[in-house]
Design a binder for this molecule. Structure first.
Ligand code: DQA
Length: 149
């Protein structure tokens, strides 16, 4: 089977992982998480591109690029944009690629405003609450969905 191409997108403030509220988000840095994902991707037959931005429009531009560059699927932790961004939802619908919504924390145990997601009802899957393991679970889930298509 051909190598799968997967984009991993991280939203605002996730560049601060490791020092940002470690009791909520854990002690791994974003670089640690990306390195682990790239390794796992290799063993699962997937080539990963990773990208983080604190800017909504840059995340949207990156999604558009994935849509026009033969990517197979997306893993996205939209961070705070989960709860606010119709524009990210529209971009994901526009490129029409399967995506998994990921959160390090269990957003449903937290403030009420984090219970709302503009993406969940159009996601192929949602994983939350496992810390950095949420990302590896998401990658395994997405690869399995893509292989069984
Ligand atoms: C988060 C949860 C969001 O509510 C928050 O704004 C984040 C991170 C998570 O990974 O748990 O920045 O997406």
């Amino acid at each position: 089977m051909a190598q799968l191409k997967i984009l991993v997108l991280h939203g605002p403030n996730l560049n601060l992982l490791g020092t940002r509220e470690p009791e909520t988000y854990g002690s791994q840095t974003l670089a640690d998480i990306n390195a682990e994902l790239i390794d796992l991707g290799e063993s699962l037959g997937a080539e990963l591109s990773t990208y983080q931005s604190n800017h909504e429009g840059e995340l949207i531009d990156r999604l558009h690029l994935a849509g026009s560059n033969a990517f197979d699927g997306i893993i996205i932790n939209p961070a705070a944009y989960t709860h606010t961004s119709v524009a990210l939802r529209d971009a994901l619908l526009a490129i029409d690629l399967p995506f998994i919504e990921v959160h390090l924390s269990n957003v449903h145990q937290r403030e009420a405003f984090r219970h709302q997601s503009f993406l969940s009802d159009v996601a192929s899957g949602i994983i939350a609450g496992f810390g950095s393991t949420s990302y590896t679970l998401a990658l395994r889930g997405l690869v399995s969905q893509l292989q069984n298509k």
